[in-house]
Design a protein around this ligand. Structure first.
Ligand code: ATP
Ligand code: MG
Length: 202
């Protein structure tokens, strides 16, 4: 069994996340992709983040029509900061041996990998997929080299379409009264309006 992990703040989840996850699933034949909304993102601790309940609801709405996409509450249910290395350990227990995990990252996140909590240990436990735009080159060799021997072969590059969407951009558009149509699934757009998310300063 090959399981992809798409972790994120998902504040909100958008079509860039979905297109990337699907392109990677298709390219490396993943049996499923687990979307894991983070509880308190370690790198965003200083900023206000929408409640886990709303972010979870939007993640479920965005992924529920895909037979191979699932959502995990593993990080949201955990108390304290959530680190990828703890998540992988818990998933390995849950899925048992014989399951390989592929941690999907945007190219931006892949370049910062060595700064992650217990990065060295993490890279020994799973394979990282750096989702990069066709034609662009992120220097995987440089990232791998930061991890020495164990890094070798544990970071793969998968070419995905470049989708210029970010959650930050969506939040700003809503605040300034601009359209977010087709940047997020319709169900997520409807949820945002219904719950009046992102209109005020948080
Ligand atoms: P924010 O603007 O708040 O940082 P974001 O859009 O970057 O939000 P995150 O939840 O931070 O979304 O990202 C989760 C993961 O999705 C990261 O690995 C990130 O690199 C990746 N990602 C985000 N946006 C895109 C995109 N447009 N295309 C491909 N990958 C993306
Ligand atoms: Mg980001």
């Amino acid at each position: 069994m090959k399981v992809g992990i798409m972790g994120g703040t998902f504040d909100p989840i958008h079509n860039g996340h979905l297109v990337t996850a699907e392109a990677v699933r298709d390219a490396i034949d993943l049996d499923e992709v687990l979307f894991i909304p983070s509880a308190r993102p370690p790198h965003k601790r200083d900023k206000n983040v929408t409640s886990p309940e709303h972010r979870l609801a939007m993640t479920v709405l965005a992924t529920c029509s895909h037979p191979n996409f699932r959502v995990s509450t593993i990080e949201i249910m955990r108390t304290g900061p959530s680190y990828a290395v703890d998540t992988i350990d818990a998933l390995k227990k849950e899925f048992g041996g014989g399951t390989e995990f592929y941690f999907i990252l945007g190219a931006d996140a892949a370049l910062e990998l060595s700064t992650w909590h217990h990065a060295q240990e993490l890279i020994e436990k799973c394979t990282f997929i750096a989702a990069t735009r066709q034609g662009t080159d992120i220097d995987i060799a440089t990232v791998e080299a930061q991890f020495g021997e164990v890094g070798h072969g544990h970071i793969l590059r998968v070419e995905t379409p470049k989708i210029e969407i970010s959650s930050t951009d969506i939040r700003e558009k809503i605040k300034s009264g601009h359209s977010i149509k087709y940047l997020v699934p319709d169900s997520v757009e409807a949820y945002i309006f219904k719950e009046q998310l992102y209109y005020d300063d948080r």
